[in-house]
Write a new protein. Structure first.
Length: 374
């Protein structure tokens, strides 16, 4: 298992969790070490760790973010981490350096106050030997595909976009592979082999963070900044401008949509035909994926500092992690049922990962493996 971190040399470096609307950037511009760490999934022991970059950050970060917010990605042969302005780094799974790509200084922040710098969060993905990056900035936005073996540019597509923070998604559909991105001006679908735009729908929220998700030949893309806060369910194989006329919520290509119900930070979850949408303030919505019918809307019993991690599902249960370290367990299904609450005892911001019967939970200070011992 691979994790990244940015280690500050400032002993007074600050981080501010909680439900608030401040857009301030951290003042921590001290020397950092950007690291990739490989952990043994059975024991938790560190197999290897590498300092990919060391120096002063080239951009600021939001006070509720870090300089290593992006999740690393692996195809089982190489592991790739994107540290924003510090560059893209690839190692083989044994820790041997493979390549680095410098994308220059990337400036992501408030669309309407350019002096605010919040730093990047979009993660790299690997598909068919391509490392795909979504880089939407104040100045020049683009999609980029790199050769996973060499780091060489395979294609690059310019985008007229505001800064965004969601990770792109590739899904294999009945109409072929589609690469979908979440952003403010337009949600877009691309051919991942060439970077050619296939469709677009908009407008969306002025700030977009959730990652697109896919199931049953449909893409769900949402964002939660008011007043728009949209949820769009787009049919695979759509082409052209799919933007809905005023007063319409669906079309031949838009299965259904809702305004005012999208999540700000957590990515929605599709599980067994139901779409779960978790808001930062602890309101959970459940919709029938195909029809858009609302199944329930429930305020969770333990909200605390709010929710940044995305919901996950396994064994007919939904797991929701709040920032205070409480993990709520719900029954999956058409009716709300709270089964349990488990305290991890540490700040939780990252979405847990599921693999081979275990749940891996990353807190502000630790990594936990939860499951039956082999």
């Amino acid at each position: 298992m691979f994790v990244t971190t940015a280690v500050s040399s400032d002993p007074k470096a600050t981080f501010k969790p909680g439900l608030y609307g401040d857009g301030d950037a951290s003042e921590d511009r001290s020397i950092h070490r950007w690291m990739i760490i490989a952990l043994d999934t059975r024991s938790g022991k560190i197999r290897w760790q590498r300092v990919a970059s060391e120096g002063r950050p080239l951009n600021k970060r939001h006070i509720k973010s870090t300089y290593a917010s992006a999740t690393p990605v692996t195809d089982g042969r190489i592991v790739v981490a994107w540290f924003g302005s510090q560059g893209v780094y690839a190692y083989d799974v044994d820790g041997h350096f493979r390549w680095k790509v410098d994308l220059g200084r990337v400036d992501m922040g408030a669309y309407d106050i350019p002096t605010y710098e919040w730093g990047p969060a979009s993660s790299p993905i690997i598909w068919n030997g391509l490392v795909i990056l979504q880089c939407d900035t104040q100045a020049d936005s683009f999609l980029l595909a790199l050769d996973a073996e060499t780091g060489e540019i395979v294609w690059k597509t310019e985008r007229d976009e505001l800064p965004s923070w969601g990770t792109p998604t590739v899904a294999t559909t009945s109409a072929g592979p589609e690469l979908v991105t979440n952003a403010s001006n337009f949600i877009r679908g691309y051919d991942p082999r060439s970077g050619k735009e296939l469709w677009r729908v908009g407008p969306s929220s002025k700030i977009t963070a959730p990652t697109p998700i896919a199931a049953d030949d449909m893409f769900v893309v949402a964002s939660g900044r008011a007043p728009e806060r949209p949820i769009f369910v787009v049919r695979a194989g759509a082409r052209g401008d799919l933007t809905l006329p005023a007063g319409r919520s669906q079309s031949a290509s838009i299965v259904w949509s809702r305004m005012g119900r999208g999540p700000y930070m957590p990515t929605p979850l599709i599980y067994k035909g139901i779409l779960y949408v978790l808001a930062n303030n602890g309101v959970l919505d459940a919709f029938d994926l195909r029809s858009g019918q609302e199944l329930y809307r429930q305020r969770l019993p333990l909200i605390g500092s709010g929710f940044s991690a995305s919901p996950i599902a396994a064994d007919d249960k939904i797991y929701l992690s709040n920032e205070d370290g409480e993990m709520l367990v719900l029954a999956a299904g058409q009716k709300y049922a709270h089964l349990a609450t488990n305290s991890m005892g540490e700040l939780l911001m990252a979405t847990p990962a599921l693999s081979e019967g275990a749940m891996y939970v990353r807190s502000s200070a630790s990594v936990f493996a939860v499951g039956r011992k082999p």
